[in-house]
Design a protein around this ligand. Structure first.
Ligand code: ATP
Length: 241
């Protein structure tokens, strides 16, 4: 265990496909970081998300977009462990790895409402509260009404306030208010595929990569995720790997 990592305030964990990262992710990440008193929030792109369709953009490009998006905000840290690990990106494995690194330091798993409501479909999901606090944020278009199974697991876990997250390692549930931003990666992909411009939905540095890579082609371009599309994305952006 690294001495530096095992001491200090809570660490947030925000996973996703980030296909592409957008201001809905970034503003939410910052408001959770500040509202929950986190020392840092790790943005962790999934390699192979087990619970949803596979990402369209190559992993290296999703990672590079994330890195450019958070440049200048040192409290938002891009963590590429799931891409390095390969295989299905199970959150329980990621949290177990982090737990081994941070000792008893609080970990907070950040979930948008849609991800939170889907938890009962996740691999070994009942183990998650043993590894981290769950911090849930509302998302426009999703009503936060846990079904009976989820509610059962979470009964008695509600945190009285955000400050309590720093006083134990894991196990609490906290709903953090954030500015509602109705932005989704799928809408951005559809916009790009239709020839649209995602200006102001994503950071400018991300937009430049998106426009150069043409990684979400319209039906006229090479099939997304195909070798040809991936090669072209890498050539256009200069990303290697
Ligand atoms: P897609 O549209 O492809 O499903 P997405 O925009 O939901 O993508 P993901 O990378 O799947 O983005 O989401 C990662 C995490 O970020 C999830 O917990 C999700 O709920 C959350 N999230 C995404 N967009 C928002 C948003 N606009 N507001 C709050 N949370 C969000």
């Amino acid at each position: 265990m690294s001495a530096a990592l095992s001491q200090g305030g809570p660490i947030g964990v925000f996973g996703g496909t980030f296909d592409p990262v957008h201001h809905g992710h970034l503003r939410t990440a910052l408001e959770v970081l500040e509202g929950c008193g986190l020392e840092q929030l790790r943005l962790i792109p999934a390699h192979v998300p087990p619970h949803r369709p596979q990402p369209r953009a190559p992993a290296e490009l999703r990672l590079e977009m994330l890195r450019r998006a958070v440049a200048g905000e040192p409290r938002l840290v891009v963590d590429d462990r799931e891409l390095r690990r390969g295989g299905p990106s199970y959150t329980v494995d990621t949290l177990a790895e982090l737990r081994a690194e941070v000792g008893t330091r609080p970990l907070c798993l950040v979930l948008g409402a849609d991800a939170f409501l889907g938890l009962p479909g996740w691999h070994r999901w009942r183990e998650l509260p043993g590894l981290a606090h769950l911090v849930v944020v509302e998302r426009p278009g999703t009503r936060l009404e846990p079904d009976a199974v989820l509610a059962g697991l979470l009964a008695g876990r509600r945190s009285p306030d955000a400050a309590a997250l720093a006083r134990s390692s894991a196990g609490l549930l906290w709903q953090q208010p954030v500015t509602p931003l109705d932005i989704s990666a799928s809408a951005i992909r559809a916009l790009l595929a239709g020839g649209g411009d995602p200006r102001f939905l994503v950071p400018e540095a991300v937009r430049e990569l998106l426009m150069a890579s043409r990684c979400y082609p319209s039906i006229a371009g090479p099939a997304a995720g195909s070798k040809e599309a991936q090669r072209s994305a890498k050539q256009e952006t200069g990303i290697t790997g």
